[in-house]
Design a protein around this ligand. Structure first.
Ligand code: HEM
Ligand code: HEM
Length: 220
């Protein structure tokens, strides 16, 4: 079990924490799954947007001698976009499972690896030198950032499930607000990912060399 003293002894190295095998597997699986979900969202919101492809379907069919109405062309264009959003929904179930497994990992991890206890330990640490104070502040911002991410992830998961079960009697009348929250919070998720990537790359280039490979091999 880490103590206040360990945090001090580790100094700047407090950031070089070991990551358990379960967290490492969880992290990289989540990275791949979120990335694939984002690709589907990107395609669904751009190249395969139904409205943008209606005239394309009409033109292509006209070239082959078939004249179809806007409404008929819409059905075809919509089918392709629907395929992507269906895939997003299935990947979304995977994400919900990953979020749930992160919760279980937190419960099952040994004390010193629990995010909650890491935050508590750093809060209890009495920093004396300016360097220690800085380190402690940075450490806490990063760990609390993870908590914010998990919260945003939970909101995306719950609203995503709300959209997936749109026909349920309880959910069908509140689809609009659910969709709105899901659409807005996506930008917070993108912001988090961007900040996270910049943060870990800067850390690895700077004071915390090896932090990224630490998330792969699990050693300090
Ligand atoms: C965490 C990253 C996620 C992002 C960035 C994201 C993004 C989006 C976006 C932009 C939309 C389109 C909303 C609109 O039409 O205004 C959407 C729709 C949807 N999302 Fe997500 N989502 C995420 C996670 C999830 C999860 C975890 C689920 C859970 C099942 C989910 C299920 C759905 C469903 C069912 C729809 C409606 C699809 C349709 O229109 O048929 N999403 N998502
Ligand atoms: C979809 C993209 C990503 C998401 C959502 C994500 C999310 C997370 C989360 C939630 C944690 C904290 C895990 C915990 O509870 O302890 C974490 C840690 C970490 N991630 Fe990512 N990550 C992503 C991509 C990446 C990539 C591409 C890299 C490497 C270039 C990376 C490197 C790291 C490192 C090094 C840590 C540990 C940092 C530390 O010790 O504080 N992540 N990530």
């Amino acid at each position: 079990m880490h103590s206040e003293g360990d945090f001090k002894k580790d100094g700047a190295g407090a950031f070089h924490e070991k990551h358990s095998l379960s967290i490492r597997i969880w992290h990289w699986t989540t990275f791949i799954t979120i990335a694939s979900s984002l690709v589907l969202v990107l395609l669904g919101s751009t190249m395969f947007r139904t409205g943008d492809n209606v005239s394309l379907v009409q033109e292509q069919l006209e070239r082959k001698g078939a004249v179809v109405t806007k409404d008929q062309a819409w059905s075809v264009a919509h089918e392709y976009s629907d395929k992507l959003w269906m895939a997003h929904k299935w990947v979304g179930y995977g994400l919900c499972f990953l979020l749930f497994s992160r919760f279980i990992i937190e419960l099952a991890q040994p004390g010193e690896e629990k995010l909650k206890l890491k935050i508590k330990r750093a809060m209890g640490f009495k920093a004396t030198t300016p360097a220690e104070k800085d380190e402690r502040r940075h450490y806490l911002i990063v760990r609390e950032g993870y908590l914010v991410f998990y919260l945003l992830f939970l909101v995306m998961g719950l609203t995503g499930l709300g959209l997936a079960f749109e026909h349920s009697p309880v959910l069908k009348d509140i689809q609009d607000p659910i969709k709105e929250v899901h659409s807005i919070v996506q930008y917070l998720i993108y912001t988090y990912i961007l900040v996270h990537l910049i943060g870990v790359v800067r850390a690895d280039i700077g004071k915390y060399q090896g932090i990224v490979s630490g998330m792969i091999h699990g050693k300090k």
